[in-house]
Design a binder for this molecule. Sequence first.
Ligand SMILES: *[C@@H]1O[C@H](CO)[C@@H](O)[C@H](O)[C@H]1NC(C)=O
Ligand SMILES: *[C@@H]1O[C@H](CO)[C@@H](O)[C@H](O)[C@H]1NC(C)=O
Ligand SMILES: *[C@@H]1O[C@H](CO)[C@@H](O)[C@H](O)[C@H]1NC(C)=O
Length: 338
Amino acid sequence: MKGGLLLLASGIFLLQGACGCPERCHCHSSSSSVDCSQQGLLEIPSDLPPQTQTLHLQDNQIHQLPAFAFRAVPQLTTLNLYNNSLSHLAPGAFRGLRQLQVLNLTQNSLHSLESRVFHSLPQLKELDLSSNNLRHLPTSLGEPWKNLTVFAVQQNQLRQLDRALLESMPRVRLLFLKDNLWKCNCHLLGLKLWLEKFIYKGGLMDGVICMSPDTWKGKDLLQIPHELYQPCPLASPNLESSGMLRPGSSPQTVPRPPDSHSECQLKPKPRPTNLRHAVATVVITGVVCGVVCLMILASTIYGCTYAVLTAQCHGGPPAPPNEPAKTEGKKLLDSSPA
Ligand SMILES: *[C@@H]1O[C@H](CO)[C@@H](O)[C@H](O)[C@H]1NC(C)=O
Ligand SMILES: *[C@@H]1O[C@H](CO)[C@@H](O)[C@H](O)[C@H]1NC(C)=O
Ligand SMILES: *[C@@H]1O[C@H](CO)[C@@H](O)[C@H](O)[C@H]1NC(C)=O
């Protein structure tokens, strides 16, 4: 009886030793961790021990994660996928990892994320998406992450970050945002305001350095004064919330161009249009006045000249004698004595 149990136990032990650890991995049962790093893996090993809590998959060439990729290891708390070739994450790739606390996706080739890809990771504390090719982040990455304290997206190609995404991480304390293509226009004003509050409450971050427009290239977003931002046209949340949209227009249909160049460029204090109008008015008035003055002057000169000439005519030497009258008179005189 006892021998049989022993045999069974050792059989189970042997079985675990034989197929409990994937071929190219090192399993440390005491720490429940499995190390499959630097093995040239192209996909997730299929026979991972179900009790695995820490999984090292860094420095491989894993290029895709199918849905439920980690179905076999539901107890995972730390997953390291640093330095792989991931370019796309299937929406349900991390489904079932309800204990996951650290997810490291640094140095892959991700260029976009679907909004539900990190859904159902309620315990997530650290998410590292640094050194990818992300151009855009969704406004929401699933339900609020009540426990997320570290969020890293440095060294990507982000131009904007919606503050709604940060608002879904109420406990975040450490943010890595540097080395992106931050475009410091009105769309980044929300982020600036959020970050100011974040730092005020004791949060730590590395900095948002503007890459465009040229006026602000190299400047820190937080150093640019608020008044230099022009409000975004229409779709700005301020307008929506204060009901300033026209009653007929629906906020959903308002296009929200992520890269609109024309309307919402951050400009260095433009000359107010009023001032420009005023200047134009003054110039036009000046010209008109000048012309009128010249005309008045001309007519005055003409008038004076005329007056002088007329005056000379009346007050000057007497008019020449009326020859015919005189002759007539002479004739009369001459004829009277006769
Ligand atoms: C990334 O992994 C490859 C092996 O897949 C390795 O040769 C390379 O040195 C690693 N790069 C870094 C920066 O660790
Ligand atoms: C992810 O891995 C990289 C490389 O090992 C490391 O520098 C970084 O701190 C890790 N991120 C987290 C959140 O642990
Ligand atoms: C956050 O973490 C604590 C323990 O660190 C845990 O008790 C709690 O359930 C977690 N919150 C959520 C929303 O999962």
